[in-house]
Design a protein around this ligand. Sequence first.
Ligand code: ATP
Length: 239
Amino acid sequence: AARAEVLSTRHLTAGYGAAAALDRVDVTVKGGEMVAILGANGAGKSTLMRALSGLHRPVSGAILLEAKPVQEMDAHRIAAAGLALVPEGRQVFPMMSVRDNILMGGYLRRDLDAEAEIDTLLHRFPRLRDRIDAPAGVLSGGEQQMLAIARGLIARPHILLLDEPSLGLAPAIITELYDVLADLRDEGVTILLVDQMAALALAIADRGYVLENGRVVQAGEADELRRDASIEQAYLGGG
Ligand code: ATP
């Protein structure tokens, strides 16, 4: 059966003053897919994630979340419509407990059985269990990233956006993190992922897009992109 589009952009254009950071970008994520966005520093990846989340108002074009135009909506309404962003740099609340940080992500769900949800998330992120009542600020970078993902998941979003989840983390932690992301994909969570670790992202993604100077210059199945020599040189090599 054809899967429905969960999130898509039509000629999405956004910038800072006169400079265009996104130029007529068309991307699509279907239900159950994991899609990776690749690109060098400054290519526009974070601007895309922020625009999709309602944190950066686009200049023109459309963002469709389950066929509904959301490009004019504020971030909290987009969240309520089913999109959860795990932002670059985690952005956990350092003085609040791990538990309260997670619960912040569930504030829109009135039906929440908080204890049951937290227990499910702690099975997914066992490192957080011992730290559940500790202030988030004492966690390692990897633990904070897992917390940020747990905070996103508790909302049971229709789509999860991950902005640079591996940034600044040790290789062993990145492996652990990507195992969790692969599990989420296997469970059918719809995910849009930006990561400098392009080889890792393409290893678990279904499809990918390459951004260059705010434009989509290549798109395809993750396997195809991994085999593409130009992409290998630009993003997968020693990069
Ligand atoms: P990085 O991995 O370095 O974050 P990126 O692909 O996420 O790169 P963006 O951060 O989206 O790229 O930046 C796209 C372009 O917009 C770049 O030219 C960048 O210099 C510019 N830009 C980003 N944020 C701002 C800002 N707050 N004000 C002005 N220009 C900005």
